[in-house]
Ligand binder design. Structure first.
Ligand code: NAD
Ligand code: MG
Length: 396
């Protein structure tokens, strides 16, 4: 910490599940962290409450109309927060000169530009928004190397892997003696449901995760295991691993958050209660450690830890993601964009849960995978995939 002053933190997606957990940890350490900017998109009332409580310098909402309304409300309450709007507002608070730390916790492709803005401005970036990295992997990692930004993974699996790797892992996994990464997955709410019943599951069932409480999109992704597929791609970029080096292991208790298998036979794991405040506190304070508010792990109460192989017939999204990882180029961006459209269609009752994978497979087959040389290549693939996915929906 410079001059021992508190670090100024921007939270992109402050009104979401990760955003609120971040505020919880930050508020435990007023000597270390100060809230600089909070963003909330369409959840304006929630953002208003957060502004009253945390008094950030800036708040960002979706558009000018919402911004004008929030501005008036805050002024009436004597809160001096300045209100910005739209993607430019997000980019501004992510790259602002006075910011030290950016939590990227917007869900989906909408977070790409603001997250990249934090990289370009050389911030300490806490990355929860896995979709941004999945879409733009090579460009994202190049931008990191070209800046002096520090990336700390928030996804519990990647945070665990980071903690189990040596400090100089960026020099290469082979050099570090790593054989494999073991990515653990809970298996979600449908791990044991008879296959024939999957067709009729409701959004509420898909969002009722056994171990974690999360936003609706990632909850559906966990139920389909697309979340693990996106995480496989995320791990390949973060740790410079080949897709074959990342093995998915189902572990229903969600206590082992992931593992690293070394050539000498050692396997290092990070364990903890399933509470995102642990990886958030780890990334905020790294390389130091601070209290996160998470209760100590009680292994005697948990009793046993189980592991099993994932069944790709039950979870075809996992196979699709692995194929996209292997294909490279725009394939991960196409996979991600179609999945976003499919999940939204499922949540709004337009398709069945089991149609998510079919829709993604269809779009991946129709759109040729191309090279990625610049951000426009990624945005173009994202837009074409969404068009094709909506077309598919209109036909169903
Ligand atoms: P959430 O739905 O609870 O919150 C999403 C946040 O993004 C909200 O603040 C919302 O206002 C904002 N947002 C939504 N659409 C937006 C848009 N178009 N433009 C700008 N802002 C927008 O989601 P979450 O569960 O907090 O997940 C956030 C990210 O973190 C996701 O990428 C998810 O995959 C990742 N993640 C979440 C968890 C978890 O436990 N919740 C764990 C690991 C990774
Ligand atoms: Mg995860």
């Amino acid at each position: 910490r410079e001059d021992d002053r508190p670090l100024r933190v921007t939270i992109l997606g402050a009104t979401g599940s990760i955003g609120l957990s971040t505020l919880d940890v930050v508020a435990r350490h007023p000597d270390r962290y100060e809230v600089f900017a909070l963003t909330g998109h369409s959840r304006v009332h929630e953002l208003y409450e957060l502004c009253r409580r945390y008094r950030p310098r800036y708040a960002v909402v979706a558009d000018d109309v919402a911004a004008a309304r929030l501005r008036c409300q805050l002024r009436d309450d004597g809160v001096a927060t300045q209100v910005l709007a739209g993607e430019q507002g997000l980019v501004d608070v992510a790259g602002h000169d006075e910011v030290d730390v950016v939590m990227a916790a917007i869900v989906g492709a909408a977070g790409l530009r603001p997250t990249l803005a934090a990289v370009h401005a050389s911030k300490r970036l806490l990355l929860a928004n896995k979709e941004a990295l999945v879409m733009s992997g090579a460009l994202f990692m190049q931008a990191l190397r070209d800046s002096s930004a520090t990336l700390l993974p928030i996804d519990s699996e990647h945070n665990a892997i980071f903690q189990c790797l040596p400090a100089d892992y960026a020099r290469g996994l082979a050099r570090a003696g790593v054989r494999r990464i073991l990515l653990t997955a809970s298996g979600g709410p449908f791990r044991e449901m008879p296959l024939a019943e999957l067709e009729n599951v409701s959004p509420a069932q898909a969002c009722a995760h056994p171990n974690w409480s999360m936003g609706r999109k990632i909850s559906v992704d966990s139920a389909s295991m697309m979340n693990k597929g996106l995480e496989l791609i995320e791990a390949c970029w973060l740790f410079d691993a080949r897709p074959q080096q990342v093995e998915v292991v189902i572990h229903p208790q969600s206590v082992v958050h992931s593992m690293v298998d070394y050539v000498d036979g050692s396997v290092l794991a990070q364990l903890g209660n399933p509470d995102m405040r642990t990886p958030i506190a780890h990334a905020l304070a790294w390389p130091e450690r601070v209290d996160s508010g998470v209760s100590p792990l009680d292994l005697l109460r948990i009793g046993r830890l189980d592991f099993q192989a994932p069944d790709e017939r039950r979870f075809p999204c996992l196979r699709l993601a692995r194929e996209a990882a292997q294909a490279g180029g725009t394939a991960p961006a196409i996979l991600n964009a179609t999945n976003e459209v499919a999940v939204d269609a499922f949540l709004t009752g337009r398709i069945r849960f089991t149609q998510i994978a079919g829709m993604i497979e269809h779009v991946l087959q129709c759109l040729p995978r191309t090279r990625v040389d610049c951000l426009d290549d990624v945005l173009d693939a994202d837009a074409r995939a969404r068009d094709l996915a909506r077309h598919w929906l209109a036909r169903e």
